[in-house]
Design a binder for this molecule. Structure first.
Ligand SMILES: [Zn+2]
Ligand SMILES: [Zn+2]
Length: 409
């Protein structure tokens, strides 16, 4: 027995070198997907390109899962564990501001969340690891997921749809991995959270119904715009007192609509927002408090205030034991100085649905050009640095090998 347990195969250096050799291919793939972005639920061409690529590599390919989802199975030479890698495929309704040769050719649609990177890295990992098929045991399953950006169209779309379609079964996946590009982290770095990674979130719809009257005689009606304004101010101040201040949550409203004319009291106002939280108990407490305050406001204003919730994303949590092993693998294969721990983020990610089912590890790949400010995700000038692609591929390969070929328990 070696003194230290081996966590990646002894031929890792050979695989790492082969990964370096795929740098141009990764860039080519990324630019292809960047030029041809497709919105959530419409990833038809993307899925076809993915399926063709995987088929050419000799993987077993299934398409049309939860919409345009694709699964590729790379079968090793001997039986063993099943590990999975997930990449999301959809783009956003934005007009790209960058003048680059690989600018989006689909007007008004842009890969502004880095899913073009995710696609390239996952296909690169399939290309790389298929070359080592003879030395692999078990199965490496690549999940290409549609409609991450949502909103989900019912339980049969996005990550939840793929889970319900059985992509984690037959045989059951022992561990699943995924990454997201991080524009606030330099190229050459990855970061992770030991347990909670991203917030759970819930889409809230608040309907405030009043009673129409002439603008000159508001006493004859009920003004829902005024009630909505009072609601926002009250919730912002009151909720701060409802939950232990060490347990983070955030409630923001991003849309408000209502009214017909400047001199008529509106009939109703609809507000839409999101509640984000890092522990499930906080969600219950905040929603209970919101409902209590709404009841009070209804009495005070005479308006009807109805709260509906929809589209819950679960909290994204890494499996603590798998994360510990994953971090060891990343440090050993990429170099310890490249790997840092980080606080959970208040954003949400539907990878959480996979993580609810099987042990999962989700982490972040730096794509900021060192010395620059970097751009935000979902911004029309988002320009992640392609120099990050080879490190993303190495990280993916190391994790899949380190937990698949040898087993992670
Ligand atoms: Zn996004
Ligand atoms: Zn994203």
């Amino acid at each position: 027995m070696p003194e230290r347990e081996m966590i990646v195969p002894p031929w890792w250096p050979e695989a790492a070198q082969a990964a370096e050799g795929l740098t141009e291919e990764l860039t080519r793939l990324r630019r292809h997907f960047h030029q041809h972005p497709e919105l959530s639920h419409q990833e038809r061409r993307t899925a076809a390109a993915v399926a063709a690529y995987l088929t050419k590599l000799g993987l077993e390919v299934k398409t049309g899962i939860a919409g345009h989802g694709v699964v590729g199975r790379l079968m090793g030479a001997t039986p063993g564990r099943t590990v999975a890698w997930r990449a999301d495929m959809d783009a956003l309704p934005l007009t790209e501001e960058l003048e680059v040769p690989w600018r989006s050719k689909n007007a008004g649609v842009m890969h502004a969340c880095g899913h073009d990177f995710h696609l390239a890295i996952a296909l690169g990992a399939a290309a790389l690891l298929s070359r080592f098929r003879d030395r692999l045991s078990g199965e490496i399953r690549f999940l290409f997921q549609p409609a991450e950006e949502g909103p989900p169209q019912g339980p049969d779309s996005g990550a939840l749809g793929m889970v319900r379609a059985g992509v984690l079964d037959n045989p059951r996946v022992d561990a699943i991995f995924g990454l997201h590009v991080a524009p606030t982290l330099d190229v050459g770095q990855v970061r992770y959270c030991p347990e909670v990674v991203m917030a759970g979130s819930e889409h809230l719809i608040l309907t405030v119904t009043g009673q129409v009257a002439h603008g000159a005689t508001p006493h004859k009606g009920v003004d829902p715009i005024l009630a909505a304004a009072q609601t926002l101010v009250l919730l912002k101040s009151a909720l701060a007192q409802e939950v232990d201040s060490r347990q983070p949550f955030v409630l923001t409203f991003g849309r408000i609509a209502g009214g017909n004319r400047f001199n008529i009291l509106a009939d109703r106002v609809v507000l839409e927002g999101s509640l984000r939280f890092l522990s499930p108990g906080v969600r219950e407490r905040v929603l209970a408090a919101v409902r209590r305050h709404l009841a009070g406001l209804a009495k005070a204003t005479g308006a009807r205030l109805e709260l509906a919730t929809q589209g819950i994303y679960p909290i994204l949590k890494n499996d603590a034991r798998l994360a510990e092993r994953a971090v060891r693998i990343l440090k050993e294969c990429l170099g310890a100085r490249r790997v840092t721990a980080h606080q959970p983020a208040m954003g949400s990610e539907d990878f959480a649905y996979f993580a609810q089912e099987v042990p999962a590890f989700y982490f972040f790949l730096g794509v900021r050009t060192p010395g620059t400010r970097g751009q935000a995700l979902h911004a029309p000038d988002f320009n992640p640095d392609e120099a990050a692609l080879p490190l993303g591929l190495k990280a993916a390969a190391a994790l899949l090998l380190g937990t698949g070929a040898i087993g992670f328990r």
